[in-house]
Design a protein around this ligand. Structure first.
Ligand code: G3H
Ligand code: 13P
Ligand code: ZN
Length: 309
């Protein structure tokens, strides 16, 4: 099966009250851990690549890794550009075989965001590729941009944005944020479900995307700190809130930080238990196994996309 777009995945997810996991990939072990998990529970997948991942691993390598995963698993897989900053990177990914791109114009004023997003949509749609846009800004760290405060999505703008740009899905800001430190120590995690409900009300049937949706699973942070790490208290998005969002209009849930924590925890533990090891296959196996376990848990307990491939 060739790479697919997310169109059918989102339609079924919306109707079925579940969400598709969109996992960031940077190397072979991450691709394998995610796709092995999805295969075990028969889940459709979005694998996403950031500009940083493209710089680290190179487009051609990531493309071939994902093609290998397709061949190996036979699953429906959509290959997506995460946080495309400008038209050029989106075009390069469309031309280079991706089936979905995000144009992240959320840092621009509304009219500029509309114009930039529409330009990407026109090009992508002419090539059979779907587009995710964004309205509102998440707090947190994303590439080189560090945003201190949320700028929540204004539901009054979403209809006009979708109609004028022609985007296929929309990322919104309801209180999630990128990275491992989403809430301050002692702060109670909260999301603006009222905004999500109002967006859904104004765009019935339209797929919504949640960025910054890692739960920052405590057992991985504890393992990292037990074996030589020094991470401050990290708080993520509680799993029950993600399940609630998946039952509403959220069809795509982005997860990167949890993958990083799982892999690092596996490798740190490996070295603590086997300080004499120096064969990368030994410690990367533990990193990959942790990713596989994490992704299975996400698909079954949080996303609800198991059995939906
Ligand atoms: O939203 C950002 C993703 O976690 C990708 O992070 O730009 O460091 O690859 P990155
Ligand atoms: P996390 O940092 O919460 O994993 O978010 C990842 C993300 O939104 C990628 O676009
Ligand atoms: Zn993101």
């Amino acid at each position: 099966m060739p790479l697919v777009t997310s169109t059918e995945m989102f339609q079924k997810a919306y109707e079925g009250g579940y969400a598709i996991g969109a996992f960031n990939v940077n190397n072979m072990e991450i691709v394998q851990g995610i796709t092995e998990a999805a295969k075990e529970v028969n889940a459709p997948l979005i694998l996403q690549v950031s500009a940083g991942a493209r710089k680290y691993a190179k487009h051609a390598y990531l493309m071939k890794l994902v093609e290998a995963a397709l061949e190996d698993t036979g699953l429906p897989i959509c290959l997506h550009l995460d946080h495309g900053a400008d038209f050029e990177i989106c075009k390069s990914c469309v031309d280079g075989g991706f089936t979905s791109v995000m144009i992240d114009g959320s840092h621009h004023p509304f009219e500029e965001n509309v114009a930039l997003t529409k330009k990407v949509v026109d090009y992508a749609h002419a090539h059979g590729v779907v587009v995710e846009g964004e309205l509102g800004q998440l707090a947190g760290i994303e590439d080189d941009v560090n945003v201190a405060e949320h700028s929540y999505t204004d539901p009054a703008q979403v209809q006009e944005f979708v109609e004028r740009t022609g985007v296929d899905s929309l990322a919104i800001a309801i209180g999630t944020s990128h990275g491992a430190y989403k809430f301050k120590p002692g702060q109670k995690p909260a999301l603006r479900f009222d905004i999500l409900a109002e967006v859904q009300n104004r765009l019935p049937g339209f797929p919504i995307v949640l960025h910054g949706a890692s739960s920052v699973i405590p057992e991985y942070v504890q393992t990292i700190n037990r074996y030589g790490g020094n991470m401050p208290d990290a708080i993520g998005i509680p799993e029950d809130m993600l399940r609630k969002a998946a039952g509403m209009a959220v069809c795509k849930i982005n997860i990167d930080s949890d993958l990083r924590l799982a892999m690092t925890a596996g490798i740190r533990k490996h070295f603590a238990e086997h300080p004499d090891h120096f064969d990368p296959r030994q410690y990367l196996t533990d990193g990959r196994d942790n990713i596989r376990d994490l992704v299975k848990r996400k698909i079954v307990n949080v996303l609800g996309s198991d059995g939906k491939a």
